[in-house]
Design a protein around this ligand. Structure first.
Ligand code: ADP
Ligand code: MG
Length: 626
């Protein structure tokens, strides 16, 4: 009997399979079952146009049979089968689509990972088997053939007996090695798990003989084993079902079966698209933030299926980072099984699907915001931060998409409000969208800087998360309204008539302020009369782009570049403290220095900024007390 050589390229792939230390050897079963399913499809489509063929659903199936004693695993199908030429041409040459990716030498070098990422086809069998035997009888042929190979040396084809049309693939499973347990691939339970994991939605029944035990007939306490043929896969995937047939419970069950999260989904989305690109998807917006969400370990992505067969666990190209919380799956018949991650990134179909999905998620969130505010609030608590990161990242590229989904706590409403709600309530004379930054709503509420804006009756948005100000700086405007920190130099609020006198007072106090500024050299840029303080004696404001909150955040970053806000010490000239300052300025300059330092330290404390020398500060207070 003549042993034939594999084609050069096939040989290389084969060697790689044999030597693979890839941990997901189990995908061999996915590949063989997919091939079996394809073979049944071929009969199915033939039967659609050929009257002599009757496609009788019951007679088409796949069966997986494990024989522990002989260490064989058999996968048989009642598909279209292969002639001698087919065996030669299809199994002697690696599938063209799959071969493409393997041409790249680099990929082969670190190829252990790529095997699991795309269909490698029939040769995957050599990851678990010493000998692979294929017995096949083609539709319309009287004879059957046996193809057999022990790997890279080559293969043989000989005539063989087989009664019915179809294919049997028999794998002689490897002996266990020190690091690898091959017995698993002969274990009923384990095989069932693999089939469920990868091939649950194959359209045809995948059968297995499953051993059960039952009470022995005529005996009370004796049990006997029996073998029962079971269909392992559920066949019709939930995403191919009609939405009307499904309940919220069905989606919840799917969510937990798939281990998308331990929580219940807040919202599920079932998408069926039949346009230029065809796909089905079930997407979930989780209720709770996964514990590792903001860590490096968290991996975004959706499961990707090609016509019911899982090809990738986490396809990250399907989700933008700002929607990285979305869980779920996409199935498209327009995607090929034999597709590597690198190729996938450039796949036109996939890009279309991603774009489409992105739109659907956004509109779902918008409708949640509009119609189910309670739910949106829950969502926002978990993932609002991610949306704000989305506004900020890539230099604000996606800010238009996201700005209407943002919410901030409102000084007036005492709850989260959208920018649209804020702007629509703005009185005519209000020029800016005001915000105040701080550690918590409670602390911001007490900030002296908010006094004037609040007194004017203007709403203030509270920024309590690090990203808030950065995101807003990227947004710049909303509906043509600029954002303005209540601590910024110019608030854009006209002073009342009664307060117009400040200009001349400014002149009067010039010397005093000059003096104070000198005392605080290197600490503040200027000392000024405050137009925003009503009851407090002092506060800090800033000129320029960097706010005090931003300074704090930047200081906490690993690559601290010591960026400082341009601070202005603002003094409330209507406060009694100012009168004391003025009197002291006439008589006792030492006292002015003391008061200035104290006022500055107080302003720092209010902002939650550290005092450079706390001991000096307490000593100063003691000086005032005695
Ligand atoms: P692909 O499935 O991408 O074509 P494979 O390596 O998985 O690549 O299979 C190679 C070819 O072998 C298939 O295209 C098919 O023609 C043939 N083949 C494999 N398994 C079977 C089977 N069970 N029945 C009929 N033909 C098969
Ligand atoms: Mg295949």
């Amino acid at each position: 009997m003549e042993t034939k050589q594999f084609q050069a390229e096939s040989k290389r792939l084969l060697e790689m399979m044999i030597n693979s230390i890839y941990s997901k050897r189990e995908v061999f079963l996915r590949e063989l079952i997919s091939n079996a399913s394809d073979a049944i499809d071929k009969i199915y489509y033939k039967a659609l146009t050929d009257d002599s063929l009757r496609f009788d659903k019951d007679s088409y199936y796949i069966k997986v049979v494990a024989d522990k004693e002989n260490r064989t695993l058999k996968i048989l199908d009642t598909g279209i089968g292969m002639t001698k030429d087919d065996l030669e041409n299809n199994l002697g040459i690696i599938a063209k689509s799959g071969s493409l990716a393997f041409k790249n030498e680099n990929e082969i070098k670190d190829g252990h990972d790529i095997i699991g990422q795309f269909g490698v086809g029939f040769y995957a069998a050599f990851m678990v088997a010493d000998v692979v035997t294929v017995i096949s009888k083609a539709l319309g042929s009287d004879e059957a053939n046996k193809w057999e190979s022990k790997g890279a040396q080559g293969y043989t084809i000989t005539p063989h007996e087989k009664e019915s049309v179809g294919t049997e693939i028999i794998l002689k499973i490897h002996e266990n090695t020190e690091d690898e347990n091959y017995d698993e691939f002969l274990d009923e339970y384990h095989l069932k798990t693999i089939i469920k994991k990868y091939s649950d939605f194959i359209r045809y029944p995948i059968k297995m003989d499953v051993t059960g035990s039952r009470p022995k007939e005529g005996s009370e306490d004796e049990v006997e084993d029996y073998i029962e043929e079971q269909v392992v896969n559920s066949m019709v995937p939930i995403w191919k079902k009609n939405k009307n047939e499904l309940t919220e419970e069905d989606y919840e069950k799917f969510y937990s079966e798939k281990h998308y999260g331990f929580d219940k989904p807040l919202k599920s989305l079932h998408i069926t698209v039949d346009g230029t690109v065809r796909y089905n998807a079930i997407l979930f917006i989780p209720e709770n933030m996964p514990y590792d969400y903001y860590s490096k370990e968290y991996e975004k992505g959706l499961e990707l299926y090609s016509n019911g067969v899982l090809i990738m666990n986490k396809c990250s190209d399907l989700l933008p980072d700002y929607f990285s919380f979305v869980k779920g799956m996409v199935d498209s018949e327009d995607l090929s099984l034999n597709i590597s991650r690198e190729i996938l990134q450039h796949d036109r179909q996939l890009k279309l699907i991603a774009k489409n999905i992105n739109k659907k998620i956004k509109s779902e969130l918008q409708s949640l915001l509009k119609n189910e505010r309670e739910k949106y609030n829950t969502f926002y608590k978990s993932f609002g931060r991610q949306l704000k990161y989305g506004v900020y990242s890539d230099f604000g590229r996606d800010k238009e998409v996201l700005q209407d989904l943002l919410m901030f706590y409102s000084s007036k409403e005492k709850q989260m409000v959208t920018l649209d709600e804020y702007v629509s309530r703005m009185p005519e004379e209000q020029k800016y969208i005001y915000y105040a930054s701080g550690e918590s709503n409670e602390r911001i509420e007490k900030l002296p800087q908010t006094e004037l804006v609040s007194e004017k009756g203007f709403e203030i948005l509270y920024f309590t998360e690090e990203i808030d100000e950065f995101a807003i700086k990227m947004l710049m405007t909303y509906k043509e309204k600029e954002f303005k920190s209540v601590s910024s130099g110019d608030l854009g609020i006209e002073a009342d008539e009664s307060e117009k006198s400040t200009e001349s007072e400014d002149q009067d106090n010039k010397e005093l302020f000059e003096h104070m500024k000198n005392v605080l050299t290197g600490k503040v840029k200027d000392v000024r009369i405050s137009k925003r303080l009503k009851t407090h004696p002092v506060c800090l404001s800033t000129d320029g782009e960097v706010s005090i909150e931003m300074e704090k955040i930047l200081a906490a970053m690993p690559d601290n570049q010591n960026i400082k806000a341009d601070k202005i010490l603002e003094i409330n000239v209507n406060h009694d403290v100012f009168k004391s300052l003025k009197t002291a300025f006439e008589t006792d300059k030492e006292k002015v220095n003391l008061y200035t330092n104290l006022l500055y330290s107080q302003a720092l404390l209010i902002e939650g900024l550290p005092i450079a020398d706390p001991v000096e500060f307490t000593n100063d207070i003691c000086k005032v007390m005695v």
